[in-house]
Design a protein around this ligand. Structure first.
Ligand SMILES: [Zn+2]
Ligand SMILES: [Zn+2]
Length: 276
């Protein structure tokens, strides 16, 4: 992609997001001190103009969190625990976002059907923008936690080996949780693809009557549309109930990992308090 394409979408993206950082709610714009930046989320096609559905508004600070090279300064145990606590808090908020996206995804077939029944453009447009926003928010939240975990991994804490191994156990569980949450998002996106819509911009992919199959590219945003073959019965009918069951099971798995993570955070907290 070129810088020019990137810039072409900036103002539309900021306006859509009401000139507000979608992570920390800082308000920017011409008369505000906060600088805003567009940030790409999910898979962004390498060629062609970047579609607004793949860009989200963030403030300069949050952009820094997402982009900056992790610092490797030595940190004291108090500071280390503060970072762990913040990361846990952010990941907790991400779980709520993922659960909200999952619930939106499982209600999509009904929501879309009633929007199409209304035969008004706005009903369908509302469904499209609600899906896009929920997906962008969840992908941004996951990206922020990834950035925090990378930073934590790069730190050189001035702590003993016992604390180090607890920290590593915490980070490993947090990374497991990230990948389970991404799996939920991927399954939610599959619901969109199963409705013959692009999982990124949610525009219809089936104008020409071709089912989304291997390598089909969305004409609106350029994403490769998710395959749905794994979720079809032998006669080709989409097994939505199985897809929804998989979403719920994976979410359940995420909540079990969260319990392990809480235990590990507490173990770490105890060690760090004793270490001081
Ligand atoms: Zn921000
Ligand atoms: Zn698309």
């Amino acid at each position: 992609m070129t810088a020019r394409d990137w810039h072409a979408d900036r103002d539309a993206v900021f306006e859509r997001d009401a000139y507000t950082c979608r992570h920390c709610d800082a308000v920017g714009g011409d008369d505000e001190p906060t600088t805003l930046r567009p940030y790409p989320i999910g898979d962004v096609p390498l060629e062609g103009e970047v579609h607004e559905s793949t860009l989200v508004t963030v403030c300069e600070d949050c952009f820094g969190t997402l982009e900056s090279a992790p610092s490797t300064d030595g940190v004291e145990s108090a500071e280390l625990f503060e970072l762990v606590r913040e990361t846990t808090g952010l990941q907790g908020a991400t779980i709520s976002d993922v659960a909200a996206f999952a619930s939106l995804a499982t209600s999509l077939p009904a929501t879309l059907e009633s929007a199409l029944d209304e035969e008004t453009e706005t009903a369908v447009d509302d469904t499209v923008s609600e899906y896009r926003r929920a997906r962008r928010d969840v992908l941004l939240a996951l990206a922020i936690v990834d950035a925090r975990l990378e930073r934590l991994a790069a730190l050189e804490p001035t702590v003993g080996s016992e604390v180090r191994s607890s920290l590593e156990a915490f980070a490993e569980t947090a990374r497991d949780l990230q990948s389970t949450l991404r799996e939920v998002v991927a399954l939610g996106e599959t619901v969109a693809a199963a409705l013959e819509r692009c999982q990124g911009c949610f525009d219809g992919t089936r104008a020409d009557g071709i089912r989304a199959s291997a390598g089909v590219t969305c004409p609106t945003c350029g994403l490769t549309v998710r395959e749905t073959d794994d979720w079809r019965d032998e006669d080709g009918t989409l097994a939505f109930d199985q897809l929804f069951a998989a979403i719920n099971e994976t979410l359940q798995g995420a909540s079990e990992t969260t319990e392990t993570l809480t235990d590990r955070t507490m173990a770490l907290a105890e060690q760090l308090t004793t270490a001081q």
